[in-house]
Design a protein around this ligand. Structure first.
Ligand SMILES: NC(=O)C1=CN([C@@H]2O[C@H](COP(=O)(O)OP(=O)(O)OC[C@H]3O[C@@H](n4cnc5c(N)ncnc54)[C@H](OP(=O)(O)O)[C@@H]3O)[C@@H](O)[C@H]2O)C=CC1
Ligand SMILES: CC(C)(CO)C(=O)C(=O)O
Length: 243
């Protein structure tokens, strides 16, 4: 059976390295679906290889690797994908391969990914900094800090033509924290496993977009700075173990 679609399920920071060797020979008509959390690689790949058939997506399934070739599907979720903005391929219908995998078409995937980014930019660094489950963020003691982070995201969003208010972002963050209450977020899991986190494509991406707009998001910057010692500690620890 010929290749119908290429689904890319690496961590954000590995996406470009994983795809680059394939793009010189891959038929540009084949839909390439980028499904990682965070942003940055999607836009860079689209700019660098504009003739390919780019699709962006997000899903809220849970999956955990339990062995070299063994994956445990820990929970079903929503799966959406849509044609990347400015992509030259007709994107009015979802590629059949995605349909079979339970994806639905999202005509404004840019907005869906912005909304996902805002949720991850609040939950992941906060839960990782305080080493808490996502549900702990529902506590009243976090609402002031979450509110400030959401204000900054709403301000940035307005500059990028996203219309969500700080309150809407805050409500979405709490809804996801509630739905994933017992989760230890992926950033906390990565830190504990001494893996590189995706924060460069989450908070790092938010701060880069803000800089391009001439904005300073001091709460997001402080949050990222507060995590650097942990990330650095983890790296130093893993280097020490290897040597
Ligand atoms: N796990 C989950 O429940 C969910 C994850 N996500 C998002 O999906 C993405 C993937 O997460 P997850 O599956 O947990 O990550 P994992 O680290 O478990 O899997 C990443 C995969 O990418 C492969 N990979 C890394 N670098 C390359 C490369 N250069 N070439 C080819 N393959 C490569 C790895 O291969 P190898 O093993 O050989 O290194 C591995 O199979 C992340 O953005 C995550 O945030 C979103 C929703 C839920
Ligand atoms: C939605 C959330 C926060 C679930 O844990 C997630 O995407 C992550 O952990 O990276």
């Amino acid at each position: 059976m010929p290749l119908q679609a290429l689904l890319v399920l690496t961590k954000a920071q590995d996406c470009e390295a994983a795809l680059s060797p394939l793009l010189s020979w891959l038929d540009p008509a084949i839909p390439i679906v980028l499904l990682h959390n965070g942003q940055g690689p999607q836009q860079r790949l689209l700019a660098r290889y504009p003739k390919h058939n780019w699709w962006w997506g997000t899903l809220s399934d849970g999956a955990q690797r339990i062995g070299a070739c063994e994956i445990h599907h820990t929970g079903s979720g929503l799966r959406v994908a849509g044609p990347a903005p400015t992509c030259p391929w007709p994107g009015s219908s979802l590629p059949k391969a995605l349909h079979r995998l339970g994806f639905t078409l999202h005509q404004d995937i840019n907005t869906a990914l912005w909304q996902k980014l805002t949720v991850n930019a609040v939950i992941n660094p906060l839960a990782a900094r305080d080493r808490i489950t996502n549900g702990t963020l529902l506590s009243p003691i976090y609402q002031g800090e979450i509110g400030q982070l959401c204000e900054e995201l709403a301000l940035l969003g307005q500059h990028l033509t996203h219309t969500d208010s700080a309150n809407q972002i805050h409500r979405r963050v709490l809804a996801v924290a509630k739905a994933t209450a017992s989760n230890r977020c992926s950033t906390l899991q990565d830190i504990d496993a001494e893996r590189e986190t995706e924060l460069a494509c989450i908070t790092g991406c938010v701060l880069t977009l803000a800089k391009q707009q001439g904005l300073t998001l001091s709460n997001h910057k402080a949050l990222l700075d507060s995590l650097k010692p942990q990330t650095v500690d983890a790296l130093v620890h893993s280097v020490t173990r290897v040597s």
